[in-house]
Design a protein around this ligand. Sequence first.
Ligand code: ADP
Ligand code: ZN
Length: 629
Amino acid sequence: MSALPSPSNSTEPLQILHEVFGYQAFRGPQAPIVDHVVGGGDALVLMPTGGGKSLCYQIPAIARQRAGHGVAIVVSPLIALMHDQVGALHEAGVNAAFLNSTLDWAQTQDVERRLARAEITLLYAAPERVTTPRFLELMDGLASRGKLSLFAIDEAHCVSQWGHDFRPEYRALTVLHQRYAGVPRIALTATADALTRADIVERLQLEEARQFVSSFDRPNIRYSIVEKKDATTQLLRFIEREHEGEAGVVYCQSRKRVEDVAVALQSAGINALPYHAGLDSAVRQKHQDRFLREDGIVMVATIAFGMGIDKPDVRFVGHLDMPKNIEGYYQETGRAGRDGAPADAWMVYGLQDVVNQRRMIDESPAGEEFKQVMRGKLDALLSLAEASDCRRVRLLGYFGEQSTPCGNCDNCITPPQVWDGTDAARKLLSTIYRVQQQSGISFGAGHIMDILRGKATEKVKQFGHESISTFGLGAEFSEVQLRGVLRQLIATGALAVDTEAFNTLKLTEGSRAVLKGEASVALRESVSSPASRSGGKTRREKTPRGAPSPAAAALDAAGQARFAALKAWRAEVAREHNLPAYVIFHDATLATIAERAPVTLEDLQGISGIGSKKLEAYGADVLRVCSSF
Ligand code: ADP
Ligand code: ZN
């Protein structure tokens, strides 16, 4: 066995990347960001989930600490994840710590003492902690000795009310700039439309910061939005057909629905767990830990779940209810496929989603100006859902990026039939108008459709609506078609739902253009069964339960055996260290090891994901595991 290379104390970013993290090269804009921050500049980093934001502050923190600048403070909103984040750094041999309410008095004392002595390279804390008098005093002490090296503000969109995770505590972070003007700051987020971005700059006083905006494309994620029928059954089919035994997240709007769906999946034999703010915090933590540590768990959750979750092998994100806006949709779907392997973003969407989201805005206590912005954002998401052209082009367009049809979304793979709903739309609107004229009150969608389709129901007879001139004029349309037309009319604002009055339908300013035939209505042809969409062929070769991960699929039999043994060994280590398995080594790293069949430590060098600390800590064990074949 050859000697290990001795760890250098280099302040060179690329050297740190090789030695500490075991990676060969910087990705995308990481290198210029790191250089800028190592040099003491402020930065605002907009990079999609999985793009590699953590290294953008971790490497500068290490470099600056080695150069004698002291401690980097990482502001992170998620106490529940700090343990794993710091654990991952420990595994790489980095001196990191966190301060939060999960520590007892003695542990807190210990961290504070090490902090005061600037013995820590990265300290993680939540914004409410960072801005306490006690913490400020600690930082004052460090700053007076030039030992405060950097502030990293993770999930920076939390500072903005236009983002989807507004945390008022983030607003207090302006103190960092005011009190420690000379200390560089790097703010990072995976979400930012222009409005949110401007807000982050203003709120965090980052006017002088250099902005690094990456492409927001996540090419490995396949976007699909299907019409909602029986959402739970649709979800079950989707999982069985495409993601059996794989890890995923399913978002629902309400706690009740989370519970119901989790139970439904469990009864179908799927390893599902619920997560929402109404659960006891110990239960939440337990479910989150299981999701991170076990294979193939489906987390059914409200949006309370997911921020900061860096599990790399989430194979799908489902939405059973529509989010509020594209930022939310993009952020949530972005949790799929961080490892770059194929993943699905799948949403079911229906009329009720439109009605619910509009109502939530209408009923919110916010000011009219705020509501207008929220309506605009909702409209953008609705047109994404209604679109019959490339979803990705629209999604990226929303973030200001031009692109061409992607070939990896539902509309690109199976272009939907489009039918002209203009005539149906005019008839619906005119029925609504006439009924209102005749009866002096408004009615809901079901009744209006009955009239147009010529169904003489009790209610139709009771109100004498058989005499309305459009009665029976739309007999050729199916209810599904009319519902689709109504949904699109509401989605585009050509019709309103009065949620205060039994969800009755009301004409709007926007109705006029459609009534006059000046605006046309194009609709996706309703697809009766999503499976039939691809004409019987499976969309992707399904990975059967228990099959090796994509990276390992190419291994020969001996390689497969080594891979399986390495995974078993990794599970053991992860359990001992109370960390998720991927923090020890990613699947891709284990697959490369298995392929190389290493005999000496040198054989392990240069494998992506094996830094010098991991080589030292695990190299011999890995060789032992491999040598048994
Ligand atoms: P983000 O915070 O932007 O969502 P992470 O920082 O969690 O992304 O990085 C996503 C994944 O990519 C992680 O598993 C990380 O180890 C890996 N990664 C980041 N940068 C590199 C790089 N330069 N080379 C190889 N892997 C990288
Ligand atoms: Zn596409």
